[in-house]
Write a protein that binds this ligand. Structure first.
Ligand code: FAD
Length: 473
């Protein structure tokens, strides 16, 4: 069966694009290197028609398919399982920009287009495509939409879902749904686009998308502010909304320990205020102005003046130029890497209503300290969206492997129960993948779970697309 399927796949995409031997770790290992699967074959189609034919051949053989873009996902949803029976379908060759419609403010691209290439193509045409995240050099727009990615600009422009007007999708039966018209209004029944966005490859394979473009801002300014507490960071967010309105495009919070890891492992980055032990949190703010840099600076200065007077900022620097702004963002984006240098850790990507974040952190920090004395909390994230990367690092000097083995399950339970008490979500950005299937079963309401199962069974009755991910059927 497998041999004849592989022959069929070779006939569809060409023998050189069906990989069955050699080093396939780039496709079979997850980004964090926590899991490794084994594919029956890695298949690299060149176009939508080929994707449809691959899906039909796999469906006829009863073979499961795992769609993959840049393989930067953090929920272990983009690699095959260990059985050696699943086809890994890589969209990376499908990276064409089909077109830009300047009057409609849209761009239509293939799913394997790398996010950074898409941003650059938009900028070259005089527009902004605002989706931005630290993995943008390798993640793809198909993966961004399949996971409904967030990133640093959600505050102003929304998640990937809000940036998408249409999709082209190959169904689990190999049909092609052509929905890339780029309409801003279309109330003709169920919203299939929104069903597929965020479904992590379990309901359809995204082959192309039409996304929104925006005018390029006239100026972008970045500031780094030291705040006396998380409560003050929330107050500063309120002031920033009031002073900057829709020009506030970024608001990131970073705890002292998270920044100390950057300082320790990447000393060349020069973290502002790191030598002042009295600074528990720093905030990175971004202001995108449609008038001029002068206007942006005046607005930023007025905001910071009010914030100083209100006592919610103790010190601040405003980047003088783009290079300095990039350096400040680079510090923020280096936290995950610095954390990895420090050793394995337990990651949580949670959202809580912004107003409850200080109470959540105080309560959960205390719970975890009681559970594992000396535990180190790497707390940072997109505060403007109520989204924290609330990560837990072993006490200094404790062996990493042992910490995960002995404490991961209990720490996850404590954190997710606290998230539930505060009306939050256990997965704000990264999705469910295979990592959080049990957590979903535990924390989603039974009615919601049954609706999700019904949708999966109706659209993919053979359970061909990314089985075992997101929802148990
Ligand atoms: C350093 C770093 C920083 C990150 N920061 C953020 C962040 O700020 N915000 C955020 O939201 N995420 C973040 N992520 C997570 C990750 O980058 C995003 O989830 C990204 O959207 C995944 O895109 P990808 O192309 O790599 O998808 P993959 O990892 O290849 O796949 C992710 C999921 O989507 C499915 N999939 C992929 N392509 C398709 C397709 N064409 N059709 C159907 N299903 C598909 C896969 O099966 C899998 O379930 C970060 C990751 C890293 C490594």
């Amino acid at each position: 069966m497998s041999a004849s399927l592989i022959e069929k796949l070779r006939a569809i995409v060409g023998a050189t694009h069906v990989l069955t031997e050699g080093d396939l770790s780039a496709f079979e290992q997850d980004w964090r290197k926590r899991s490794r699967g084994k594919a029956l074959a890695v298949v690299r189609p060149a176009g939508t028609q080929q994707v449809a034919e691959v899906v039909k051949a796999c469906a006829a053989a009863g073979t499961a398919i795992v769609p993959q873009g840049g393989n930067t996902g953090l929920a272990v949803g983009s690699i095959p399982d260990e059985s050696g029976t699943q086809v890994l379908l890589s969209l990376q060759r499908m990276n064409a920009i089909r077109g830009i419609d300047a009057a409609n403010l849209t761009m239509t691209i293939e799913a394997g287009c790398v996010l950074q290439a898409l941003q650059e193509a938009a900028e070259k045409a005089g527009f902004l495509f605002p989706l931005s995240l630290a993995a943008e050099g390798s993640c793809t727009i198909g993966g961004n939409l399949a996971t409904n990615a967030g990133g640093t600009q959600v505050l102003r422009y929304g998640n990937a879902r809000e940036l998408c007007l249409g999709l082209e999708v190959v169904t689990p039966q190999g049909g092609i749904w052509e929905g890339t018209s780029g309409l801003r209004k279309d109330n003709t029944g169920y919203d299939l686009r929104d069903l597929v966005i965020g479904s992590e490859g379990t309901l359809g394979i995204i082959t192309a998308a039409t996304v929104k473009l925006y005018p390029l801002p006239a100026a972008r300014l970045t500031a780094w502010a030291a705040v006396p507490s998380l409560e003050h960071a929330v107050t500063l967010l309120g002031l920033a909304h009031k002073h900057l309105g829709s020009e506030l495009t970024g608001f990131e919070v970073m705890g002292r320990f998270a920044l100390s890891l950057v300082d320790k492992h990447m000393p060349q980055l020069r973290v502002p205020f790191i030598d002042d032990a009295a600074v528990p949190y720093c905030v990175l703010l971004e202001n995108s102005d449609s008038e001029s840099e002068e206007h942006a600076r005046a607005r930023f200065e007025a905001l910071l003046e009010t914030a100083f007077e209100a006592g919610c900022v103790s010190d601040a620097v405003v980047a003088e130029n783009l290079t300095q702004a990039h350096q400040l963002w680079h510090i923020r984006e280096s936290i995950p890497l610095a954390q990895a240098e420090e050793g394995l850790n337990i990651k949580h990507d949670i959202s809580i209503p912004v107003s409850s974040i200080p109470a959540f952190v105080a309560e959960t920090d205390a719970l975890l300290e009681r559970e594992v004395p000396g535990v180190r909390l790497v707390n940072f994230g997109h505060l403007g969206d109520g989204n924290l990367h609330y990560n837990v690092q072993a006490p200094a000097g404790a062996p990493n492997g042992g910490f995960l083995r002995d404490h991961e399950a209990r720490i996850n339970e404590l954190v997710y129960e606290a998230v539930h008490r505060f009306d939050g979500s256990f997965s704000a950005e990264h999705g469910v993948g295979s990592l959080k299937v049990d957590t979903l079963e535990k924390h989603k309401s039974p009615v919601a779970l049954e609706m999700m199962r019904a949708i999966k069974r109706a659209l993919d009755p053979q359970n061909i697309l990314n089985p075992g991910r997101v929802i148990r059927t």
